[in-house]
Design a protein around this ligand. Sequence first.
Ligand code: G3P
Ligand code: CA
Length: 265
Amino acid sequence: MAADLAQGAAEKPAPTAAELVRGSQLLVIAHRGLSSRFPENTLPAFTEAIKHAPDFVELDYRHSSDGKPIVIHDAKLDRTTNSVSTFGAKEIVIGAKSAAELRPLDAGTWFDAKFAGTYLPTLEESLDAILAGSCCMVERKDGDAATLVELLHRKKVASRCIVQAFDWAFIADVRKLDPTIVTGLLGKEALDAAKIAAAREIGSEVVGWRYTDLNAESIAAARAAGLKVWAYTVDKPDEARKLAAAGLDGLITNRCDEARSWLAQ
Ligand code: G3P
Ligand code: CA
């Protein structure tokens, strides 16, 4: 019997993004991977994150000059790479360099010298690493919807991703191309009736909001309208428990290795 149960557990299919989003449990989302301990938005941060079984691992991507989605948060290369010493200039934007030109950059040493040699991963490489053990929250910073939807279809991973963006028109474009892709709308400041109505109009299931702008009333109002409410970026145990008590659906945190223990207290 024990062996049967163990085998059954091993064969259980990985949950889809829709199943997770539509479920009733409070989800843990690893923001830029396990970014409190590894360089954000890199393969080490993603592979370490999935060891802690988050429901989703979040990443940010932007397009290189030749239209390849590259995983990086900032528009400029300076903060998280050695671009200044490599290219001899400050404030170079990702879109000014091709994927091949970006590849030699070191995206680990800024965080800790022991991560020297870590590179900026492509979106495809990042999805491969994350989907080996979790679902992916894909945050688009720039780039067109068609490129992303084609990539998710070609890799047959659309059902295991939620696509989010601060640019709500981009999310509307994704939904036009494939309304089965689960999407979320990011925002900050008041989550008021107008924003809730606009989110409903676009048809996204999730609003991902700056946690300092949320309160019990706004969370309840969004949920009453049929939306799930996720909060970014929550790294303080007391804040996580307060938001959970207010009915939050998803906790986006740099500390996915600790988040579940905060919520259990
Ligand atoms: O998860 C949403 C959050 O990542 C948005 O803010 O600046 O960290 O991308 P940012
Ligand atoms: Ca992000």
